[in-house]
Design a protein around this ligand. Structure first.
Ligand code: FAD
Ligand code: DLZ
Ligand code: SF4
Length: 509
């Protein structure tokens, strides 16, 4: 008779199809899961993120038990909880005496390094399997990057992924005759358009127990725990996906870049945390969007835009992370050193756009992409905030954040700290962009139209200060020709005024 295998399932591996469970022998094997302080506190994760994961983990474990699988689930509120994943696994090995341990590779470098020692430390063979829930494996990404000769643009990767997956392809050509409909996806939200009302998922008994645990144990973590109503089971996640496809997907593309006060979700899917922890499969989400297009329910710019985010951006940033780690974590090509201002932790700033985006982040552990990129991220870039501090903030405040996805978005996309590996130019913008895409400026104590003076929108000052400050690093970039041509036409006294005011503003932070 074959001997027992321990199958270790991490908090973001809650898929029945995860590779560590692929060949499970229900009569023989044991699944191990553990809530541990080290994972919850290596950065001070938002309480809603911890509650979401612990509750999803407990429901997942119960689902396995319901199917007759033995689960050794170690709760954080047990009498003697394990401190780390290594300790939890060591205890399980001592209890169950397996022939070997099987685990799916983790999403973070630090844990991958820890796993390397497990076999020796535990005195038991450990098999680390590839995470095949992603559509592009490490080898394929490396091969693609090798062919790119230095220009690793997402758009080319995305086209290859379209060909490979067949999503929105017709006879070898992209549906609608073009790969990308992004130019149709930049509309501001007209006052008359109301985002649809979302379904909510009130906490059940399991979630309520977790909420009580989190409120006691992680009271000092930033962010609000009250108002938790997120899906935490596979069934609820599928219901949320259904709701998105039916009610929000049709307008997802058109209003993808829009922002409105008091509407944190607009037409976004709000599915990232569910996909990243494994409750939803990225392929099934894309398939649903594709079907909605073929049935005439959603237009092509919506379906293509949504699918691009998932088989394009999501897979691409993961590929970049594993290709460039561990050095990627320390990238800082623009030499940014400013500490994170205090308002990142309470949202209290006179800049209304930041107050809204950070406030919603702290309330909901969520902000949509343009808030993360063009409001908060834009500020981090222009103000020259230290990449390490910015990375940590983004990793701990968002419920969908794991290093593989957070880091390239921060280091490459918002901070241009990798010198343009990921983005062809910095995503830098003055207040005019935020004014065009949101209603934030109307309620701000700064004036977005004022370029200098006490009322001037800080983004206007910081934008030109940034362009002037980084001439050496950026002027050679073809895509920065326009801003440098404009700067060179500006009156030197005016530049001096802008830069002095920008400096005073930065000092005031
Ligand atoms: P939608 O707008 O509905 O998009 C659909 C899906 O596409 C998302 O659920 C997500 O799975 C995927 N997606 C979209 N954009 C990206 C992207 N740039 N990178 C990877 N996947 C993407 N996303 C995370 O999942 N975790 C993070 O930690 C994270 N950190 C970010 C940090 C910064 C600075 C920026 C600019 C973006 C970050 N993103 C991150 C990407 C993106 O903002 C979120 O995926 C998105 O806002 C999640 O909301 P949604 O599910 O409503 O997305
Ligand atoms: C994020 C997180 C948290 C807060 N807690 C746990 C936990 O207690 N147990 C666990 O297995 N996983 C947790 N996670 C997810 C891990 O941090 C994640 O698996 C790694 O970061 C690798 O992606
Ligand atoms: Fe933000 Fe400037 Fe608009 Fe105020 S005026 S909301 S600081 S962009």
């Amino acid at each position: 008779m074959a001997s027992k295998v321990l199958r270790f399932v991490l908090g973001d591996q809650l898929s029945r199809s995860v590779s560590s469970l692929a060949d499970i022998d229900v009569a023989r094997d044991v699944v191990v899961m553990a809530e541990v302080a080290e994972e919850a506190t290596y950065v001070r994760h938002h309480p809603k993120k911890i509650a979401f994961l612990f509750s999803a983990m407990r429901h997942f474990a119960q689902g396995l038990r319901d199917d007759g699988i033995r689960v050794d689930y170690q709760e954080l509120d047990s009498e003697r909880p394990a401190r780390s994943l290594t300790e939890a696994l060591a205890r399980a090995v001592a209890t169950h005496r397996p022939e070997r341990v099987v685990v799916t590779e983790p999403g973070e470098w630090r844990l991958r390094e820890v796993m390397r020692d497990w076999g020796e430390e535990l005195g038991c063979p450990v098999e680390v399997r590839e995470d095949d829930r992603f559509l592009c494996d490490h080898e394929s990404f490396r091969a693609w990057a090798g062919r790119g000769r230095g220009t690793l643009r997402m758009e080319y990767f995305y086209r290859e992924m379209r060909r490979r997956t067949g999503f929105l392809m017709r006879g070898g050509e992209p549906e609608g005759g073009q790969w990308n409909f992004d130019h149709d996806n930049r509309a501001p939200l007209p006052k008359t358009v109301k985002p649809p009302k979302r379904p909510t998922f009130p906490p059940d008994a399991t979630t309520r127990t977790v909420l009580s645990l989190v409120s006691k144990r992680f009271a000092d973590h930033p962010g609000r725990l009250e108002g938790f109503e997120h899906p935490v089971t596979r069934a609820d996640a599928l219901a949320y996906l259904d709701w998105f496809v039916e009610h929000a997907l049709p307008s997802f593309g058109t209003y993808q870049d829009a922002m409105r006060t008091g509407e944190p979700l607009l037409f976004h899917s709000h599915l990232s945390a569910l996909i990243n922890c494994g409750l939803l499969d990225p392929r099934e989400c894309c398939r649903r969007a594709e079907d909605a297009y073929h049935s005439g329910h959603a237009p092509l710019n919506a379906a293509e835009g949504f699918i691009r985010q998932i088989i394009g951006w999501r897979e691409y940033v993961r590929g970049i992370y594993w290709l460039k780690m561990p050095d990627y974590a320390d990238e800082n090509r623009l030499g940014a050193t400013r500490p994170l201002p205090g308002f990142f932790w309470d949202g209290r700033t006179r800049m209304n756009c930041l107050a809204q985006a950070i406030g919603e982040t702290l309330d909901n552990a969520y902000a949509h992409h343009i808030q993360r990129l063009m409001v908060i991220g834009n500020f981090c870039l222009l103000a020259g905030l230290a990449p390490k501090e910015v990375q940590e903030w983004y990793l701990l405040v968002y419920h969908d954040a794991y290093e593989w996805v957070e880091m390239p978005n921060v280091v490459g996309m918002i901070l241009y700290a990798d010198g343009g590996l990921l983005a062809s130019k910095p995503y830098a913008a003055s207040g005019a962009y935020i004014d065009r895409m949101s209603d934030y400026c109307a309620d701000c104590s700064y004036s977005v139209k004022a370029k200098t003076g006490p009322d001037a929108c800080p983004f206007n000052l910081l934008y030109w200060d940034f362009v002037a400050r980084h001439r050496k690093e950026l002027a050679g970039n073809q895509r920065m020709r326009m801003p440098y041509a404009t700067l060179d036409r500006m009156d030197p006294d005016r530049i001096a005024t802008i830069r002095a005011e920008a400096k005073a503003f930065l000092r005031s932070l």
